[in-house]
Ligand binder design. Structure first.
Ligand code: NAD
Length: 375
């Protein structure tokens, strides 16, 4: 496939994509509810512009089920139940489901105590972490989510050139009673690994300095992460010798380190990797979440007014060169969602084809729906 065709893009209808992906996970024996939850959260991530954590992940999730890294139809177990503190063990069940249980547990505890701290360990991929901050904000709670990715060594620390960290995301949610919550949601690497995967499949190219190759040179070529691969192959970071850089120089690299302490060591999930271990740790997300009930601290209307006036103050900053607008966390996701609900999800054709191949392999019926979904 030439680079030009690879970089073309199709638009896919969200509801059609959800139905097809639900069928794929049902074919892998997920119950109806779980299959739909996975499909909705993946497509939901595309909707807000995080294609890295969207439907492009389907072939990889199926591969992970086949490798025994994630299991269908599991309900997380509450392993610590101590008032404002709790911890759930997802036992390698799907993160889309485990995340909902963990956040709902945190909401219940915070509503009772004003604040809560809830760990989640051994979770399948939790997807877009902003989803969890949004769920807490819908319940009028501020929340912080510190996440690590056990077994996923992808990130070079500041000053280093090989993989010692995970892309360990951080999300912070500020609720608004009007539901226009403010959500900061970011990998603590320069880009999320999924962005490298999407770039490899012909999607948006990577920013300068996103990757470092094994010689210590900065690059934007996804080959540094996956080596040379065929179009029908699932990109596998084990096949590359380079790394993603930690964001924000030494300070960002420090925050990336702390994610392993909070999301990894403290939750009982375990950090992403260690010296002298023969076997790589099994993949799982660990998430430490803190929830705060606004009204226990200040009047909600006062809070809301202060939040809004500061957001407007920042947005009113004079744009710098080559910038037409100043945004606050979450603005981009809100405008992207409006546009994509109207015009569909932009998907590299190769990503759509790979999902179709996965469906075909699992004998999902009526594959012509893949063509019908294209707007
Ligand atoms: P990103 O760089 O696109 O956005 C990061 C944050 O910056 C967002 O809050 C966004 O609103 C804000 N932002 C974007 N453009 C802006 C601008 N011009 N001005 C001001 N603010 C702006 O996101 P990312 O770091 O690539 O992360 C992508 C997704 O990957 C996230 O949803 C994250 O949760 C997810 N992730 C998940 C895992 C996992 O293991 N589950 C690991 C890593 C990342």
């Amino acid at each position: 496939m030439t680079e030009n065709i690879k970089r073309a893009e199709i638009r896919v209808d969200v509801q059609h994509a959800i139905e097809l992906i639900t069928d794929i996970f049902k074919a892998k024996s997920c119950n109806d509810n779980e299959a739909k939850t996975i499909a909705e959260r993946l497509a939901g991530s595309n909707l807000v512009g995080h294609d890295s954590h969207g439907i492009a992940r389907v072939p990889r999730y199926v591969e992970w089920m086949e490798k025994g890294w994630v299991f269908p139809n599991l309900k997380p177990e509450i392993v610590i139940d101590a008032g404002a503190m709790g911890c759930l063990d997802a036992k390698q069940g799907f993160g889309q489901v485990a995340g909902e249980y963990a956040v709902d547990d945190g909401i219940l505890r915070a509503k009772k105590h004003g604040v809560s701290v809830v760990g989640l360990r051994n979770s399948g991929h939790l997807g877009r972490i902003g989803d969890w901050a949004e769920r807490a904000a819908d319940a009028d709670l501020i929340s912080f989510h510190f996440v690590n990715v056990r077994g996923s060594l992808l990130v070079a620390p500041f000053g280093g050139s090989d993989r010692r960290g995970s892309t360990s995301p951080l999300a912070i949610g500020i609720p608004s009673k009007d539901k226009d919550h403010i959500i900061l949601d970011m990998a603590t690497s320069t880009v999320a690994e999924g962005k490298v995967m999407v770039a490899q499949k012909g999607g948006k190219q990577l920013p300068h300095g996103a990757l470092i190759d094994s010689t210590g040179k900065l690059t934007t070529n996804p080959e540094a992460m996956y080596g040379k691969i065929r179009d029908d192959e699932v990109p596998n970071p084990d096949k590359g010798t380079g790394a993603i850089t930690a964001f924000g120089l030494h300070k960002g690299s420090g925050i990336n380190f702390m994610m392993e302490m909070l999301g990894g060591a403290l939750t009982g999930n375990g950090v992403c990797g260690a010296l002298n271990e023969k076997e790589r740790r099994k993949f799982s997300n660990g998430m430490l979440s803190i929830y705060i009930e606004v009204e226990k601290m200040v009047d909600f209307d006062y809070f809301r007014k202060e939040v809004k006036s500061y957001a407007d103050f920042v947005r009113a900053s004079k744009p710098s060169q080559n910038n037409d607008k100043v945004l606050i966390p979450g603005d981009k996701e809100i405008s992207t969602k409006e546009e994509r609900l109207k015009f569909g999800l932009p998907v590299p054709p190769l990503v759509w084809e790979n999902i179709k191949q996965t469906a075909n392999k699992l004998n999902v019926e009526n594959l012509e729906r893949f063509e019908n979904a294209i707007k």
